[in-house]
Design a protein around this ligand. Structure first.
Ligand code: BLG
Length: 486
């Protein structure tokens, strides 16, 4: 028998309740925030630039200041990092604003007013100053008026292009060109080789690249320092940016950020500007003469040739006739007894010195305690090459006595300078040694090793170093220059 709805109160109640719940559910179920989506997917998609100051391949794979920082951010979020590289700045902002594209740009971007429509920026993580770059030997420009009549090239879409556009309002005769086919290294190389007169780059980029370009010099700072930030698309919610800010504040506080800055932008601090472009000059003029010997030694000893070359640079600036006050001689600075032990008849012969020094280094490394693990093992071996295994042992024992870890280079390097202080060395087995010098020795070699690695990225292997130094990393593209003002 048919019973109308109204007469079936229980059923009607349940139908109504379910309907309301469903409707409510529809309203309550909100779309996940960007941050929630990233965590759900387990992937952080980041866009960057392939350049030495941001992201590139080195001896151990992917590296670069931005990459190292953003990798830590992904670890912090507990997700995988997926990096893609943009062809140029316009492409980078397009990708960032694309639906289903990367959610974050970590690419050494200046958080400028002009970029507000394309991006929202995080808290700053690096202060940089825009600098006008010229070629040594040419008259040094010192003020904006000096830019007139010069061939100037900058990156398309860069804040430097913005600055020049502003300058052109005051100096309508100012001529400059923008290119989307080049990276900062190309601009510096073109100044270095005299293809253009001037360019503009940020101080961090020059600091990173000065070691490759012997003729590149700072003319003057164009304006005040500005902040670099990571960027999200303006359409995104705040969740990711807040998390980025929290992360960046954290790495600032715990010293991680400073360590990365030292590693990637610290060459000039360590070498000085003169040291940096002197290195670049020697890279082009001296190393090509000895590269084959380093490569040969590398094959014999199974040690990266660039590390061996870095030792040679620290020892003698790649000069076969180098002699120290103490009578240590040759490109790899062998003592007489080391030379004898390695079968080196003539220490001033570059080939013999390199092969003998490399053999000695490999033997030392091999003989170290099994407790010393890479990469520290290599730094310990360098220290022993310089100060001798006995004194290194003293420094390790001092570390243990101080409650530090004798197997960690960071700890032992704190003890080495004590070997030159009586209160400490009087209690050691082998006594006085100039341990402070050894710390510098290792530090410099690590620096040179990094630089040599960057100049000879895997893509560049097989080419002679002189060539690779001139045609820097794998970011180089052909650039049309015909349209440049003369
Ligand atoms: C190293 C030896 C080690 C030796 C230590 O001295 O020379 N290394 C080489 O010959 C490659 O074998 O260790 S030991 O055999 O266990 O005693 C300690 O004697 C060389 C160092 C000395 C240093 N450079 C390689 O790094 C040097 O040239 N010092 C002189 C500096 S100055 O001119 O007097 O300022």
């Amino acid at each position: 028998m048919f019973i109308p709805m109204a007469f079936r109160p229980r059923r009607a109640f349940w139908l109504l309740a379910t309907g309301i719940l469903l409707a409510l559910g529809g309203c309550v179920e909100k779309t996940p925030s960007t941050l929630e989506r990233i965590k759900e997917d387990g992937v952080l998609r980041v866009v960057t630039r392939n350049s030495p100051a941001t992201y590139f391949q080195d001896r151990s794979g992917e590296t670069g200041f931005e990459y190292e920082l953003v990798k830590r951010f992904a670890e912090d979020l507990g997700v995988k990092l997926q990096v893609e590289t943009a062809d140029n700045l316009d492409d980078l902002f397009n990708r960032l604003n694309q639906k289903n594209g990367p959610v974050l740009a970590a690419a050494g971007l200046v958080a400028s007013e002009g970029r507000k429509a394309q991006a929202r920026f995080s808290h700053p993580y690096l202060e940089v100053t825009p600098q006008v770059i010229y070629r040594s030997g040419a008259p040094r420009p010192t003020r904006p008026e000096d830019l007139l009549g010069k061939r100037i090239l900058v990156l398309q879409g860069s804040t430097h292009a913005e600055q020049l556009a502003v300058l052109k309002r005051s100096y309508p005769e100012l001529q400059y060109e923008e290119s989307s086919a080049v990276e900062v290294v190309d601009l510096l190389r073109m100044v270095d080789e005299g293809q253009i007169d001037l360019t503009l780059v940020d101080s961090n980029e020059l600091a990173m690249n000065q070691v490759y370009f012997p003729n590149v010099r700072v003319a003057f700072d164009l304006g005040d320092s500005r902040a670099l930030g990571w960027a999200v698309a303006p359409g995104e919610d705040q969740s990711l940016l807040q998390e980025v800010d929290r992360f960046l504040d954290g790495v600032q506080e715990n010293g991680t950020l400073q360590r990365l800055k030292d590693r990637y932008y610290g060459h000039v601090d360590v070498l000085g500007y003169v040291g940096a472009y002197t290195f670049a000059k020697h890279l082009q003029q001296r190393l090509p003469r000895y590269e084959q010997h380093f490569r040969r030694a590398s094959q014999e000893q199974e040690i990266d040739w660039r590390l061996l070359a870095a030792i040679g640079y620290q020892e003698s600036l790649w000069q076969p006739a180098a002699t120290s006050k103490t009578g240590v001689r040759g490109l790899m600075m062998l003592t007489q007894s080391t030379a004898q032990a390695m079968g080196v008849a003539n220490r001033l012969d570059a080939r013999q010195s390199i092969l003998g020094g490399s053999k000695y280094f490999a033997l030392i490394k091999e003989g170290l305690s099994d407790e010393l693990l890479e990469p520290d093992r290599t730094w310990f071996a360098l220290a022993a090459y310089n100060i001798g295994i006995a004194h290194l042992g003293d420094a390790r024992r001092l570390a243990r006595q101080e409650g530090l870890d004798p197997n960690k280079w960071l700890d032992v390097k704190k003890m080495l300078p004590r070997l030159a202080q009586k209160q400490w060395y009087s209690k050691t087995r082998f006594g006085y040694a100039r341990g402070g010098e050894t710390v510098h020795f290792v530090q410099n070699i690590r620096r040179y090793y990094d630089i040599l690695t960057w100049v000879t990225q895997p893509q560049m292997e097989g080419t002679q170093i002189a060539e690779s130094a001139l045609h820097m990393p794998a970011v180089i593209k052909e650039k049309p220059l015909e349209s440049l003002p003369n």
